[in-house]
Design a protein around this ligand. Structure first.
Ligand code: HEC
Length: 365
């Protein structure tokens, strides 16, 4: 700081302080990258890296005229297993004993297929109970009568209403509450652990809350409120810090003035869109842009911030590190990411079969 009238810039700091800042920026970059990985698992359909327009629309706006419950049970199994994707897997891959019940050493592919068909029958029964008005007596007496178009669809024997001799009363009388208890409540009950316990489904009233035909059937308000505060508090801290660091770079004033607060502002707009898209799907499209703006802002903070911290020597090292990083990223893309995504694109049946072959192969030595 030789010239007292000159503005303080990052380069005036000691090497040690600048190293800390550099390490911080790199760590934030990696952190943001892992947030993208999480986004993939939460919202992207299988086989896609990031959620596109359709998934964003489904997650935040939903489909009008459908209740959240109906949407979650109709959505394809390839969607992520959460409140914005699909809960259909609860009858298949995420059901208790699925791995045992589909074990290739004990079951033929035909048996696995008929297991699937019976489980489909359960889903259809639950959906029918929902769309025909969520009859409370049916739930409490654990008995729902299937409509004509579902007659002949096999349903897991355990869930058929039985008489005193343990024989099915009729192939159309289904134990609806038992299905829900065993398929859903095993995760969705206040006395179970984990996140789903926060959304209990063990009483009629709990289920009813999710079965309202909503104007928007996207993420529930509870969940939206949760993610909003986590994002606002967490990311604001980060973008605030990277922004302040960027504001002390030696770039022209208007660049710093524009991009310093950029990520923070974009983040607030983005979260605003989460809420507004409940009412107007247009905001789900705008959200894709605001999300991109956040990413752009952060990239500028990190890359240009790092660049401005060092002199020629430091920049050379930085450049080499960036090149190595890009090389590593490209390598991982081809060896890990692409094969992973193309596996995700396989139908669940094919994945079951693949896993079975692998198991048999391993067991056989
Ligand atoms: C293996 C555990 C598991 C099973 C079984 C399960 N779920 Fe879920 N469910 C989850 C998880 C995990 C989430 C996502 C929670 C989160 O992160 O918001 C979720 C979310 C939901 C939500 C959204 C809650 C909200 O307010 O955002 C609904 C509704 C739901 N499940 C319904 C069902 C139904 C209906 C069934 C039965 C067919 C079922 N679930 C079975 C684990 C499970």
């Amino acid at each position: 700081m030789s010239n007292p009238t000159a503005r303080f810039v990052l380069r005036d700091l000691s090497l040690q302080s600048r190293l800390v800042i550099a390490a911080f920026l790199i760590a934030v970059g990696l952190g943001y990258f892992s947030a993208l990985v999480q986004l993939h698992f939460q919202h992207a359909t299988s086989g896609n890296l990031l959620p596109g327009t359709e998934e964003t629309l489904a997650a935040y706006h939903g489909r009008s005229g459908l209740s959240q419950l109906e949407r979650l049970l109709r959505a394809d199994e390839s969607q992520s297993f959460n409140g914005t994707g699909s809960m259909r897997q609860a009858f298949f891959g995420k059901s208790a004993r699925w791995r045992i019940d589909t074990n290739p050493k004990k079951k033929t592919p035909e048996q696995v297929q008929s297991l699937r068909t019976e489980r489909e029958g359960e889903v259809e029964a639950v959906l029918d109970w929902i769309v025909t008005g969520l009859n409370k007596d049916d739930y409490e007496s654990d008995k729902h009568t299937l409509p004509a178009h579902l007659i002949g669809r096999p349903v897991t024997d355990r869930y058929l209403v039985k008489d005193a001799n343990d024989k099915p009363v009729s192939p159309t009388q289904v134990r609806i509450k038992s299905i829900l208890d065993e398929r859903c409540v095993r995760c969705h009950s206040a006395d179970k652990g984990g996140i789903p316990a926060q959304f209990p489904l063990d009483t009629y009233e709990d289920i009813q809350a999710y079965a309202k035909k909503e104007f928007a059937s996207g993420m529930s308000l509870t969940r939206l409120a949760q993610t909003t505060h986590v994002h606002l508090l967490g990311f604001s801290m980060l973008f605030g810090l990277t922004g302040i660091i960027f504001s002390f770079t030696s770039y022209p004033g208007f660049v710093r003035g524009l991009f310093g607060p950029w990520a923070l502002v974009a983040q607030v707009l983005d979260i605003g869109c989460w809420w507004l898209s409940r009412y107007d799907p247009l905001f789900a499209y705008i959200m894709l842009a605001t999300g991109g703006m956040v990413a752009l802002g952060l990239c500028i903070h990190i890359l240009f911030g790092l660049w401005d911290l060092f002199g020629a020597g430091g920049r050379t090292i930085l450049f080499i590190l960036l090149l190595l990083g890009a090389g590593l990223a490209a390598y991982l893309k081809f060896t890990v990411l692409d094969p992973y995504l193309s596996r995700e694109r396989l139908a669940p049946e094919v994945r079951d079969a693949e896993r079975h072959n692998l198991l048999i192969h391993r067991a056989g030595g």
